[in-house]
Ligand binder design. Structure first.
Ligand code: PEP
Ligand code: MG
Length: 885
């Protein structure tokens, strides 16, 4: 005789083909000793036998179902159809592959005019019993008898209206009894038969309905779509129902095996006595914390906490468990891996290793690098009850407090007076950059997650909220409004860039720190990863932060940021305005000691780790005032003060601005092209670096400088700039008498550099892929224009899968990176290669960098921990892939 029906304690988790996914899972939970409401599974073979027999249930199967039912009745002490102690069951389909929505579930099967009376007595709740009964009639009729739910809904609506009720909770037991009568009439009319009162008939009809559903239109379409073969068939699970509302020794709840917000290894959850699952969710009664269950039902609590341990060991992770207690007896209804905060994810992963439940590698894979952002920025104290004024998009994480300003210049002005400000704008443009730099955070009422403000703020590790449309900003009146609330310039607000929330006033904050567990996890990541992780940092403060977060060096120091300082801008302008070489030299000689001091500070902070310094990159006009604004000022002065020196100065400035004006600055006079035109600028920078090296070395410290030439497109550019730097080095060595080593390399930022990397490598000690510019030049997009104008819509309409400035376009830009590495190494097998575009701090791009064999990634200091973890995950995943192949 073939076996078609399996009790839950006869199978296990590996029998998906036979028992279906759900059946195998229920069997597994039963097998490991969990108190799962008992039941049985009718196998997928039975489904095929049903079809083979021309859609009739072979007697052999019927027989086995009845035998299993008897076993279920014995085990539960309840009997199907017995009014004194009725067994009620659920009937659910369960295919090998999960096919959600293929067939609705039938709950409370076994209810009829007699058992409902028994239920009412047992639960001491007549209303509940009759409500459950009418639900059962509706569900059963819909799923099994094919009477559309619409008829029942419509009828119920009529009854409610007639009684003057507006919602179901107003219905009493008597009302439900009346509805049940009406429902049965509906069944008679639309199903051409009476509602089956015999529970066994209910059961067999339901089993057939599940088997039939395997070939309904929905299921066939679903299978085609997901390439699920039709011969697999579906299983049917019959499980006893349990009730948490059978009295004060019953209840229901939800619990996590560990605290999902802190990770603490302590049960966390809540429950309600004498209640059903729905009551917990509905929030009508306030549930009690799980610890009080220890006093209320000590034995149940004891069993529950033992079960939790068992579950964690079995599934090797923190579990989120639904349970019910029926008359003092514990049942586990469901268990799944629990969702958790970043802090909890780290703590749990580390502790599971210490408890010998998982390996270090598994622990490293358990934490999502993206989640770490939560922990690396200041954040609002968890104990604060939030009442936000408005909510926008969480564009850049972190929390900030400051006075509201509406203009980038004002932000700068306030910040100079040591006041903390938050810049609020409809949107930002590159002209607002100084305001974003000066402000603690930026808020915009327009724009998305990839808008200018969002991208810039993320790069700087500053909090930002975008697209907060409820903010009605009045720039002229220097105020914004949310409903009736008006916030004026100078008013204090707090923002949370991780949630997008804005609050009035000052809210308590928590400073970021790497917890002990976080440090442990990152140390494991360092043991595993092959990729180096460096930081992009332009000043000693950022450099220190980078070291603190575990960076192994600086991968990009953008020297132009050192020029932006308010005290230096006038000297930089003097240099740009110089009409003669001599005048330019004078200005440069003023800048040199300033740059030297910066480099000394950075070298000292980096404690002997390599530091990659990039020579000047942006076009010079970026250091001059805006042309239109200048024109307005000049015109005004021409009218009001035509003979003034100020007018003369401004006119000279305007001439220079016009002279330097470019049609496409992104593709214009910038990068090494500046060094080619004004070698004295690069010489000054090289000397400042070398003097700093000499000074720091004299203090007995180690320095590993790497000088980087930007935007090289032809090897000859690099050749000339390299010689320039070497000559400067030789002069400083002679002058100071100090010997030092350094590397000279280049950024690969334009396609031609990647495609001729074999030639470029002749002149380079290292390559650093500048994927911000390489993305711009490969796509032919100017980032500021693209993100402000069409990129968002491209992403929304799936023209592009993702923002290529955030996540590396592996198929296009990535191909150039790969070619660059291969060609470069064909010339110099040990050529050092890294990436310093924003992609160096994004997990999928980091995986790519690992796969193409880069030596390191470099990203903002705040993303260094994320990159360390992502790099470790990349190694583990690659090794796993190799094992499979
Ligand atoms: C780059 O282009 O990727 C890069 C790092 O340089 P920047 O962003 O300064 O242009
Ligand atoms: Mg660049």
């Amino acid at each position: 005789m073939n076996k078609f029906v399996y009790m839950f304690d006869e199978g296990n988790g590996s029998q998906k083909e036979l028992l279906g996914g759900k059946g195998a899972n229920l069997a597994e939970m039963t097998r490991i000793g969990l108190p799962v409401p008992f039941g049985f599974t009718i196998s997928t073979n039975a489904c095929n036998a049903y079809y083979d027999a021309g859609k009739t249930l072979p007697t052999e199967i019927e027989q086995q179902v009845l035998e299993s039912l008897t076993k279920l009745e014995e085990k539960t002490g309840k009997t199907l159809g017995n009014p004194a102690n009725p067994l009620l069951v659920s009937v659910r389909s369960g295919a090998v592959h999960s096919m959600p929505g293929m067939m609705d579930t039938v709950l409370n099967l076994g209810m009829n005019d007699e058992t409902v009376v028994g239920m009412a007595k047992l639960t001491n709740n007549e209303r509940f019993a009759y409500d459950s009964y009418r639900r059962f009639i509706q569900m059963f009729s819909d799923v099994v008898l094919k009477v559309d739910s619409f008829y029942f809904e419509q009828y119920l609506e009529e009854v409610r209206e007639e009684k003057g009720y507006s919602s179901d909770p107003e219905m009493n037991a008597g009302d439900w009894k009346e509805v049940i009568k009406g429902y049965k009439e509906i069944v008679k009319k639309h199903a051409d038969r009476t509602f089956p009162e015999d529970p066994k008939e209910q059961l067999f009809l339901s089993i057939r309905a599940v088997f039939d559903s395997w070939n309904n239109q929905r299921a066939i379409v679903y299978r085609k779509l997901h390439k699920i073969p039709g011969h697999l068939g579906t299983a049917v699970n019959i499980q006893s129902m349990v009730f948490g509302n059978m009295g004060n020794d019953s209840g229901t709840g939800v619990a996590f095996t560990r605290n999902p917000s802190t990770g603490e290894n302590k049960l966390y959850g809540e429950y309600l006595i004498n209640a059903q699952g729905e009551d917990v969710v509905a929030g009508i009664r306030t549930p009690q914390p799980i610890v009080t269950l220890q006093n209320e039902m000590p034995e149940v609590y004891e069993q529950f906490s033992r079960t939790c341990n068992l579950l964690e060991k079995h599934y090797q992770d923190m579990q989120d468990i639904e349970f019910t207690v029926e008359s003092g007896k514990l049942f586990i209804l469901q268990t799944r891996t629990g969702k958790r905060t970043a802090q909890a994810a780290i703590t749990i992963a580390v502790e599971l290793v210490n408890e010998n439940i998982i390996t270090k590698e598994e622990a490293l894979l358990r934490v999502d690098p993206d989640q770490l952002n939560q922990l690396l920025h200041r954040r609002i104290d968890d104990s604060y009850t939030r009442t936000p004024l408005a909510k926008g998009l969480p564009a850049s994480p972190g929390a900030a407090i400051g006075k509201v300003v509406f203009d980038a210049d004002d932000a700068e002005k306030f910040a100079k007076e040591e006041q903390k400000v938050i810049l609020v704008r409809p949107e930002t443009t590159p002209d607002d950059i100084h305001g974003i730099v000066a402000a603690e955070a930026t808020v915009t009422s327009r724009g998305g997650m990839t808008s200018h403000a969002a991208v810039v703020a993320r790069g700087m590790g500053k909090a930002c909220i975008c697209g907060c449309e409820s903010l009605k900003i009045d720039l002229a009146g220097k105020q914004f409004r949310v409903g009736d609330t008006v916030v004026n310039e100078g008013d204090i607000i707090t923002i949370d860039g991780s949630t997008g929330e804005i609050f009035i006033g000052e809210i308590p904050m928590i400073e970021p720190e790497l917890s002990e567990e976080f440090q442990i996890l990152l140390a494991w990541a360092d043991e595993v990863r092959k990729l180096g992780v460096r930081a992009n940092a332009d000043n000693p403060t950022d450099a220190k932060k980078a070291v603190e977060f575990g960076a192994g060096g600086i991968g990009l120091c953008r020297t132009e940021h050192m020029f932006m300082d308010a005290t230096r801008i006038p000297i930089v302008q003097e240099m740009i305005l110089a009409e003669t070489y001599e005048d330019r030299e004078i200005a440069l000689s003023k800048l040199l000691p300033m740059q030297q001091e910066d480099f000394e500070g950075i070298f000292e902070a980096m404690q002997g780790h390599p530091v990659t310094i990039r020579l000047l990159d942006p076009p010079l006009h970026e250091f001059l005032p805006d042309k239109d604004e200048l024109l307005v000022e000049v015109t005004k002065l021409q009218i009001t003060d035509p003979d003034s020196d100020e007018l003369q100065e401004k006119e000279q400035l305007l001439r220079k601005v016009r002279q330097l004006h470019e049609f496409n600055p992104m593709l214009g006079h910038r990068g090494c092209r500046l060094g080619m035109s004004y070698p004295e600028i690069y010489v000054m920078q090289a000397k400042a670096i070398f003097y700093a090296i000499a000074k720091v070395k004299e203090k007995g410290m180690t320095v590993k400088p790497e000088i980087m030439i930007p935007l090289v497109g032809h090897v000859n550019e690099l050749k000339q700039m390299r010689q320039l730097v070497i000559n400067a080095g030789e002069r400083v060595k002679e002058e100071t008498g100090v010997e030092f080593d350094y590397l000279i390399g280049t950024m690969i930022e334009v396609p031609r550099a990647a495609l001729t990397a074999d030639q470029i490598a002749e002149e380079a000690d290292f390559f650093s892929f500048g994927t911000n510019d390489l993305t711009q030049t490969t796509f032919g997009y100017s980032r500021d224009d693209a993100e402000g104008k069409f990129l968002q819509s491209y992403i929304e309409h799936k023209v592009l899968p993702e923002n290529p400035f955030a996540s590396l376009d592996q198929q296009g830009v990535g191909k150039l990176v790969k070619a660059g590495v291969q060609l470069g190494r064909a010339t110099k097998p040990n050529l050092k290669t890294g990436i310093c575009g924003e992609h160096g701090g994004e997990k999928s791009s980091i995986q790519f960098c690992h796969d193409v064999g880069l030596d390191y990634v470099s990203c903002s200091p705040y993303r260094v921990p994320l990159a360390r973890l992502a790099a470790a995950q990349a190694t583990i995943k690659s090794e796993q892939k190799q094992l499979v192949n």
